[in-house]
Ligand binder design. Structure first.
Ligand code: CA
Length: 414
């Protein structure tokens, strides 16, 4: 981490990845995060190339409109540079990078953004996400297919639809100009932060931690506490009264802070060896890329897969409901069977009868029926026995019920 007092840039490899493919820059007027991707040696190279090209715009502009134009041009130039690099180095085929950058021009912010790194404005205690995620799941949210809550845990949430790199000759870059004021904090981060730390938690840290460097540190620490499966990069800017930042030393972090690793094999080895030693187990795992090329076929395929997943979820629910219904039916049958193994002696139309079941009724369902009429008239019984029969006498089996009937027969008064 490094700091200039009112801005800070922090980048961490995280706890799983073998190398840091993120790059970050906190300059005098320009603040950028790039999150590289694309297989083995590509991601770190892509983000470093993009950042190095874009920091040429770290200048004092007289109008926000000019600043936006300069930023956008720099992103387009970075895109061409990435394509040229892939042309010269075939092993980098498929590399790409997100770029989210802001340029301060007095009380205005010029913004350029592509990919799923995020730009937030924190003002009066409230955090607002300014950039849109150029992701597959955000498209599903925008078209009403899934909710933002479903998107947050969607297995395809890191699939990007737009990036700079070996993909598209004319990248679709979002640009805008926004106002800013002293007291605002601008946060730019890679998805290594925003995918694992909630907006509420980010807001809480920005409310409670005053210094840019401490706050940036706390944000990265929060991601590490969540397991930091991805590289995590945070650039934080506190807007103060002055726009004179000429004395502030720029800070570069992440892969852009190291020599490009594809320049020579020896450079690459010297860069990679320490991380291999630090992460001996993880380094053997393939480095997952979260970039997928954009094509309508591919999008259709992803949408179909999403539908298949939804169908599987529905089927799982139906099976669960069917199993629950079967369990209830079996339970009721077993309970009914249990009641039918019991007997009692009671009165039926003036005579003593043996009933099978239990006296209680279950709503409209009778749980007992006459098993045998004994032809013993109630009126022939002494009053005490008659009352006993009218109140019913339980018997746990048929033999006991018959013994009771025999005793009643003996007790008859005539
Ligand atoms: Ca990432």
């Amino acid at each position: 981490m490094a700091t200039s007092g009112r801005s800070a840039a922090v980048s961490h490899v995280g706890k799983i990845r073998a190398n840091n493919q993120d790059s970050g820059y906190a300059g005098r007027y320009l603040f950028v995060v790039a999150d590289g991707m694309g297989g083995h040696a590509g991601g770190d190279v892509a983000s470093a190339i993009a950042i190095r090209r874009i920091i040429e715009t770290d200048k004092q502009f007289t109008s926000a409109h000019d600043a936006v134009f300069a930023l956008q041009s720099a992103l387009i130039a970075a895109n061409s540079l990435l394509a040229e690099t892939v042309f010269e180095h075939n092993e980098l085929t498929g590399m790409g990078t997100t770029v989210s950058g802001i340029l301060r021009v007095d009380n205005q912010i010029a913004l350029a953004h592509i990919g799923d790194s995020r730009i937030y404005r924190f003002r009066n205690g409230a955090l607002e996400q300014i950039s849109a995620d150029h992701t597959f799941v955000q498209r599903l949210v925008d078209s009403g297919r899934i909710t933002p809550e479903e998107a947050a845990v969607h297995p395809r949430r890191s699939v990007l639809m737009r990036v700079l790199g070996d993909v598209d000759a004319a990248p679709e870059i979002d640009t805008t100009v926004l106002d800013t004021a002293p007291g605002d904090r601008w946060l730019i981060c890679s998805d290594g932060l925003s995918s694992y730390v909630s907006d509420e938690k980010i807001q809480h840290i920005l409310v409670t931690v005053p210094g840019a460097d401490e706050a940036a540190d706390r944000l990265v620490k929060e991601s590490l506490d969540q397991g930091a499966p991805d590289n995590v990069t945070v650039v934080l800017v506190d807007i103060d009264e002055t726009n004179d930042s000429s004395h502030i030393p720029p800070i570069t972090v992440g892969s852009a802070a190291s020599p490009l690793s594809f320049d020579s094999d020896s450079t690459r080895r010297s860069l990679r060896l320490p991380t291999l030693l630090l992460h001996p187990l993880k380094a053997t795992q393939p480095d997952p890329s979260h970039f997928e090329p954009e094509s309508e076929d591919y999008l259709d395929e992803l949408i179909l897969e999403d539908r298949r997943r939804a169908r599987r979820r529905r089927i799982t629910w139906l099976v669960a409901i069917a199993l629950a219904v079967i369990a209830i039916v079996v339970g009721v049958l077993l309970a009914y069977q249990w009641t039918q193994s019991h007997y009692y002696v009671g009165a039926d139309n003036g005579t003593v009868a043996i009933f099978r079941g239990v006296q209680q009724d279950l709503g409209p369902i009778h749980l007992s029926s006459v098993y045998q009429d004994t032809q013993i008239n109630l009126s022939d019984l002494p009053p005490f026995n008659r009352q006993q029969v009218e109140a019913t006498i339980s018997a746990s089996n048929l033999n006991l019920a018959r013994e009771i009937v025999n005793r009643l027969a003996d007790a008859r008064t005539q």
